[in-house]
Design a protein around this ligand. Structure first.
Ligand code: FAQ
Length: 325
């Protein structure tokens, strides 16, 4: 309903030639698909959708934390945050490059973002109200990102899998910096502890929803798992995140805002409550608390940067003209 569906006539079922068997065989044997290999059109489109949305998430994801760069509580915290925000920009660049190998241009992808034809992660449409939000983003959002992205280092498309290796290493540093901010606040004054709890209260459910809709409502899960673009379903990764994060919250002395949360001895997992999925769908439709602000900031950056792109093209023309002169 809220999704860019792959049309039935574009599915791999229509690709029955010998190349299709080679492709299917590679997928079965976990041999990576490379840009020059034959691939079904629907596989290419699905990858392009996911990788470009992932790239957009990285560059939009720089904004909420960048909001605190000028107000970080110490020079050390500022340097660490600056490095993290720059890393996110770098992740965007690796991912746009990976997506370009599928036959599209970065300009087209950026246009799709700015014209609201492409999504970016729901999580970045929430505001960062206090310094503790920087801690909560690193701890929870990067924590969730690592759980979602480590399997992507083994996904079937070579350029995406390889880009994810470095991204995951950097995300681990990001998660640690966020947790370190939370440790400092949670062990600080009562006011700092309350600030950390407030950030957890606001970021918990959006982080749980970051993994995407429940499997029963996920339009792409089944096909993407068959193609090994996704190795685990949305719900499986969400459960892993909850299981991994509860002991970390306990160690901080903070309370997860979920009255239904309890350890289930039989399943050896935590049971947890149902997120407000109507909020999730509103956010991905463009009606979250900060959607307009985020896209406005990206549009302004794109327009302000026009002279840089023009200068780079003029320089390229000059180099080419000199070479042929
Ligand atoms: N937000 O059928 P599914 C980060 C859409 S990077 C918005 O389950 P799929 C690092 C989905 O696109 C965070 N839309 O979809 C960082 C589809 O709509 P479409 C980004 C969402 O693709 C940290 C529809 O719902 N990470 O955090 C979301 O199989 C700190 C149906 O859903 C990635 O992109 C959502 N949360 O599974 C940066 C990882 N969830 O496209 C800065 C790679 C679903 O048909 C600071 N992506 N939708 O119109 C993936 O693993 C997958 O794409 C999922 C969604 C799991 C996100």
């Amino acid at each position: 309903m809220y999704t860019q569906l792959v049309q039935p006539d574009e599915s791999s079922a229509g690709d029955a030639g010998p190349e299709a068997s080679v492709f299917e065989d590679k997928i079965d044997r976990a041999v990576t698909i490379e840009p020059t290999d034959w691939m079904p059109e629907a596989y290419r489109k699905t990858l392009l959708r996911q990788i470009s949305q992932h790239a957009h998430s990285e560059i939009v994801g720089m904004l909420p934390e960048a909001n605190w760069l000028t107000r970080a509580p110490s020079l050390e915290r500022k340097l660490i945050l600056l490095a993290k925000v720059q890393d996110e920009g770098g992740h965007g660049l690796y991912l746009y490059s990976a997506a370009e190998t599928l036959g599209t241009s970065r300009d087209d992808m950026i246009d799709a973002l700015l014209e609201k034809r492409a999504k970016y992660s729901s999580i970045f449409n929430y505001p960062t109200l206090t310094w503790a939000d920087v801690g909560a983003i690193g701890w929870l959002v990067d924590g969730a990102a690592i759980i979602n992205q480590i399997p992507l280092t083994q996904c079937s498309y070579g350029p995406y899998a390889r880009a994810m290796v470095r991204i995951c290493k950097e995300e681990s540093f990001h998660q640690r910096q966020g947790y370190d901010v939370m440790v400092t606040l949670a062990r600080g004054t009562p006011e700092q502890h309350a600030m950390a709890q407030d950030a957890l209260d606001r970021w918990w459910w959006p982080s749980v929803m970051m993994f995407g809709p429940p499997d029963a409502e996920s339009a792409h899960n089944e096909q993407s798992m068959r193609w090994k673009i996704k190795l685990f379903s949305n719900d499986a990764l969400r459960q892993k995140f909850v299981d991994q994060t509860i002991p970390q919250a306990d160690a901080l002395g903070l309370t997860i805002p979920d009255p239904d949360l309890r350890w289930n001895e039989a399943t050896q997992h935590y049971d947890f409550g149902t997120p407000d999925w109507s909020e999730f769908y509103e956010v991905i439709r463009g009606n979250g608390p900060c959607n307009r602000e985020r896209l406005g900031a990206r549009r302004a950056a794109h327009e302000d940067g026009a002279w840089v792109r023009e200068a780079a093209l003029a320089y390229e023309r000059k180099v080419r003209e000199r070479a042929t002169a």
